[in-house]
Design a protein around this ligand. Sequence first.
Ligand code: SF4
Length: 370
Amino acid sequence: MPFALETETSLNLDHAGICAWLKETDPAALERLWAEADQVRAAHVGDAVHLRGLIEASSHCIQNCLYCGLRAPSEGLDRYRMDVGEILACALEARRLGYGSVVIQAGEDPGLTRDHIASAVRIIKQHTPLAVTLSLGERCDEDLRAWREAGADRYLLRFETSDPVLYRRIHPGLPGVASDRLAQLERMRAMGYEIGTGVMVGIPGQTWDILAADILRFRDFDMDMIGVGPFLPSPRTPLGRPEAAALRATPGDQVPNDELTTLKVVALTRLVCPDANIPSTTALATLDRAHGRELALLRGANVIMPNVTPVEYRARYEIYPGKACIHETANACQGCLQGRIQALGRRMGKGPGGRQKADSEMSGSSDLHH
Ligand code: SF4
């Protein structure tokens, strides 16, 4: 492993320091941030870019998150749910393309029963050497334990924001059901999962202080995988409608949902979590189709999640409109990404691409929406 685990940054990364970096506009200063993040990335996780095949297994959802096009009240969606054979076919495709892991992602869908997912994980493990990540929302411990026993390696669940008031506003949850995503993440870690999380950048009401606290929370919870993408409004959702402007923080405090701020968060996350797996997200590629993926890889990221969902399902999994690469076949995506990675002087990772901690061999990645 080409990892020199002693690399440290000279930047001030306490709460005030992170806030200052998030607001920084001086190009010369930002070059320093990018360079430090890239050096720490190279020293701790190397030049490999790990590819995780994304399987969008169901677009059904019982939740009501104010930012997500799949939320239960969204009308006019042609919802679908893959059977076990379809999920396995996607995993075999990922394997054929040389990817080392798959991410089974879906809305919070009770139709994806404990047995359904356990069977899918088991059959993928029987037929492939792939690591399996699940991103299926807030599920009970019995489900999570059964899936872990079936062989699931990792679980992704965004905590969304470290601010409890903002969290309750954007994630109303189900009546009578308390939502504590950090507690679920800790329980999953105790079950043996690698755990991944993330936040969106620029959600209405998100202030610089809140975002800085999110970044420090990644560090304090020692997250294995951290996905950060810009908030992309969907007109199907309350946060995508003009009235949502009323929820924004005051102009000097509101975090913008732009590319530059997202890249700063990627870089700062790399600096505070040097050996985490950090994806260059599809949401960022959607904001900047020409360079978004590459810029994130140059500023701290080391993972990409190409979609291996059959093309006919992808348009029916609309979290936000205009998603990048939605019409590309899995073959075309693999070729395109390989070329982009090589052009940066990097290489495609081999194997599961687990997190390489100094004291263990854990791992993961994500472009998740829960
Ligand atoms: S973010 Fe996940 S849980 Fe929330 S509405 Fe979208 S699919 Fe459902």
